[in-house]
Design a binder for this molecule. Structure first.
Ligand SMILES: [Ca+2]
Ligand SMILES: [Ca+2]
Ligand SMILES: [Ca+2]
Ligand SMILES: [Ca+2]
Length: 406
C-alpha cells in the first residue's frame, strides 16, 4: 500500500522541522511504477515519475550521486533502514531533507522532486539530521553527589534509548557513547539512580515488558554496563511506576520505589548488600496513581537526604516529597502548574555545578515559549537548594524522536 506522499511529507516536516513547505504542494505520485525491479535490501530511484527507464540502486551511503545528481523522480526504499535524501551533497542539511521509512517488502513508493544530491541509510529517522542521541551538557559538580554520575567524573550523565532499541551514554560534553547495541526496546521500565550492587558504581534497573521481570544491569564506573542479574522474578508489571530513588532507609544503600497500579500504593523496596531487593515496605497508602510522573531527584531541599518529585496529572502541579528515614515527609509545592507539557522530567543531581540539585525536562507538542516550540525542547530548571526551582531555560532543541531518556 502506498502512503500518500503529501501526508507523509507534511508529517515529517512537522516532526523533524527540516523541510521547507515548498514541496508540500506537489501532486500525488503516479499510478504505476516498476518497483518490483528494485532488489530486496536496496534503495532504488528512477528519473521518471512512474518508475520506468533506467533504475538507480544502492545499499550504502552516498555523499554524491554522480550522473544521478538531481535526477530522482520516483523512489522505493527496500532497505531495513530509513533513507535520508538530501538536496545538498555530503548529507548537508541546509536544503531539503526527505526521509523514507524502511520498506523491505517494497510495498510503498513515492515521488521525489529531482533535487536530491546525496543519501544516507540510518537506523532511526532523527539521524537524517541529528546524531542518534540528543545534546546533553553538564558542568562538574563541586561535591561528589554519587547521583546521576555513572563514570565518576562529577558531571551528571543521561541515558537515552533510541527507537532502534540502542542505549546511549551521554557524559555531559555533548557527545554520546553507544553502550547497548540493540534489544533495549523489550523493556517498559528503565530506571536509575544509584548503586544497587554495592560496588560504589551507579547501576540501571530494567523491567521486561513481556515477563514482568526486573533486571539489574551493573555499571562499570566508566559509563558502560556489564552483565545483568535477575532481581525480580515476575509481577513487576503490576507497578505503574518505578523510581530509582537513592537511599531512603538511611543505610547507605540505594532503594527502589514503585507505585502499585491496582491500589495506587507507594512501596519502598530497600536495596541490600547483594544487589537484590529486600522485603518491601508501604510508604504511601494510596492516591499515587494521581501522579503521572515520579522522579528520584536527589537532595533538592538541601537537608542531605534525597527527595521525591511528583507531578499531579489533574493540575500539572509539581510537588516535592522530602525524604526522611524510611518515609516521605509532608509535600511542598514546587511548581504551581503547567508541568504536563513535559514529556520527561529527569532528576540528575547538580547539572550546572553550583552545588544544588536541578531538574531537566523534555517537552510534548503542547509546549511553546520564545525559544522553542513543540516536541523535543530540552529545559533545565536550576534548583535553589531549598526545594524551589528557578525558571526553566531551553538549552537544546533536539530531544525528540527517542524512546526513553533517564
Ligand atoms: Ca558523569
Ligand atoms: Ca537504603
Ligand atoms: Ca532532601
Ligand atoms: Ca545546580
Amino acid at each position: 500500500m502506498r502512503v500518500p506522499l503529501l501526508r507523509r511529507l507534511a508529517t515529517l516536516a512537522t516532526a523533524l522541522g527540516l523541510t521547507s513547505l515548498g514541496l508540500l504542494g506537489a501532486t500525488a505520485a503516479p499510478a504505476q511504477a516498476a518497483i518490483s525491479d528494485c532488489p530486496s535490501g536496496y534503495f532504488c530511484a528512477w528519473k521518471t515519475d512512474n518508475g520506468t527507464g533506467t533504475m538507480y540502486k544502492t545499499n550504502a551511503d552516498q555523499a554524491t550521486l554522480g550522473a544521478w545528481d538531481n535526477t530522482f523522480r520516483s523512489v522505493v526504499n527496500r532497505t531495513s533502514k530509513y533513507a535520508c535524501l538530501y538536496d545538498d551533497p555530503n548529507h548537508g542539511t541546509s536544503g531539503m531533507v526527505g526521509v523514507w521509512d524502511p520498506d523491505p517488502a517494497g510495498t510503498e513508493w513515492g515521488y521525489e522532486h529531482g533535487t536530491v544530491s546525496s543519501l544516507k541509510l540510518v537506523a532511526t529517522s532523527r539521524e537524517c539530521a541529528y546524531p542518534a542521541y540528543p545534546a546533553w551538557y553538564a558542568s562538574p559538580a563541586p561535591e561528589a553527589q554519587g547521583f546521576a554520575d555513572m563514570n565518576g567524573d562529577a558531571q551528571a550523565d543521561v541515558l537515552v534509548r533510541d527507537k532502534a532499541g540502542r542505549l546511549w551514554f551521554l557524559r555531559g560534553d555533548g557527545s554520546g557513547q553507544l553502550i547497548g547495541n540493540s534489544g533495549w526496546n523489550v523493556f517498559n521500565g528503565l530506571v536509575r539512580h544509584g548503586d544497587y550492587s554495592g560496588d560504589g558504581r551507579e547501576d540501571v534497573i530494567a523491567r521486561e515488558a513481556s515477563t514482568g521481570r526486573l533486571w539489574l544491569y551493573t555499571g562499570t564506573g566508566s559509563g558502560t554496563l556489564s552483565g545483568r542479574t535477575l532481581i525480580g522474578n515476575s509481577g513487576w508489571n503490576a507497578m505503574s511506576r518505578l523510581v530509582g530513588y537513592g537511599d531512603l532507609t538511611g543505610d547507605g544503600r540505594t532503594d527502589l520505589l514503585a507505585v502499585e497500579k491496582s491500589t495506587g500504593r507507594l512501596w519502598l523496596y530497600p536495596g541490600t548488600s547483594t544487589g537484590a531487593l529486600g522485603a518491601r515496605k508501604l510508604i504511601g497508602n494510596g492516591g499515587w496513581n494521581a501522579m503521572n510522573a515520579l522522579v528520584g531527584a536527589g537532595d533538592m531541599n538541601g537537608d542531605g537526604r534525597p527527595d521525591l518529585i511528583a507531578r499531579e496529572a489533574s493540575t500539572g502541579k509539581l510537588w516535592l516529597y522530602p525524604g526522611g528515614t524510611g518515609a516521605l515527609g509532608a509535600r511542598v509545592l514546587v511548581g504551581s502548574g503547567g508541568w504536563n507539557v513535559m514529556e520527561h522530567i529527569l532528576g540528575l543531581g547538580d547539572i550546572n555545578g553550583d552545588g544544588n540539585a536541578d531538574l531537566a525536562t523534555s517537552t510534548t507538542s503542547a509546549f511553546a515559549n520564545d525559544t522553542c516550540r513543540g516536541v523535543g525542547c530540552h529545559l533545565v530548571y536550576h534548583g535553589r537548594g531549598t526545594g524551589s526551582l528557578q525558571p526553566g531555560e531551553v538549552v537544546a532543541v533536539d530531544w525528540h524522536h527517542l524512546n526513553g531518556i533517564f
